[in-house]
Design a protein around this ligand. Structure first.
Ligand code: G3P
Length: 223
């Protein structure tokens, strides 16, 4: 399973890149606005630096609403780097724009997907990625992970190549369940990535090894 980080924070991205586990990045207007506010930098400069660091797909979202506008904005964004993936909200205009962008060899990520029908249409137009927002489905009292299961089964039925990015992840169990279902990608906030590493028994084990080794060194010194 590929692991993306869901942030536009360049410091977080650099940090996780050093772990050696990062395959890509997803941003959205909210995340990019947060980074612009934090650093005062231009969005193009932020995205360029992220691409240079990650060297894998980096989703940048179009904010236009008509297909021509999304397409033009997507073309411009794609000039930043070959790693830029155009994130397009799931609308009729969005579908038209995705078709055009894919025709130009530009990677796309259909976003704000909440149903199997939307995911089916995304695959039909050949989107590179589809992003179902499972946390936001959970927020409505339904099980977001059921949708991932349905999409993967349906894509397998027809051999669609669109890769499923499990998005709007809120906690480590979302990742466990996505992996068991066989999702292609999870896009994970920094804090949840940190939680993936942690286990209390690992910490207890490290402490015990350290204490036992210190005791052995003390004995050796005294003998
Ligand atoms: O990748 C989508 C993600 O950024 C949305 O997450 O937590 O705002 O639902 P959230």
């Amino acid at each position: 399973m590929k692991i993306f980080i869901d942030t536009a924070n360049v410091d977080e991205i650099k940090n996780i890149t050093e772990w050696g586990i990062l395959d890509g990045v997803t941003t959205n207007p909210t995340l990019l606005a947060r980074e612009i506010k934090r650093t005062g930098r231009k969005p193009q400069d932020i995205l360029k630096e992220i691409c240079d660091v990650v060297k894998g797909p980096v989703s940048a979202e179009s904010t236009a609403t008509d297909s021509r506008g999304i397409y033009e904005e997507g073309k411009k964004l794609s000039e930043i780097s070959k790693y830029i993936t155009i994130k397009v909200p799931m609308t009729i205009e969005g579908l038209k724009a995705i078709k055009l962008l894919v025709g130009d060899g530009i990677m796309t990520n259909t976003t704000l997907v909440f149903s199997l029908n939307q995911a089916l249409l995304s695959a039909k137009v050949g989107s590179t990625f589809v992003s179902p927002f499972i946390g936001r489905i959970d927020d409505t009292g339904h099980n977001g992970m059921d949708l991932i299961d349905e999409i993967i089964t349906t894509y397998d039925n027809y051999g669609y190549e669109t890769e499923v990015i499990v998005a709007s992840i809120r906690h480590p169990m979302h990742i466990v369940e996505a992996a068991q279902i066989g999702a292609d990608i999870v896009t994970v906030p920094f804090k949840v990535l940190e939680k993936m590493v942690k286990h209390p028994l690992t910490d207890i084990g490290i402490k015990r090894f350290e204490d036992d080794w210190k005791e052995a060194e003390r004995i050796l010194k005294e003998s």
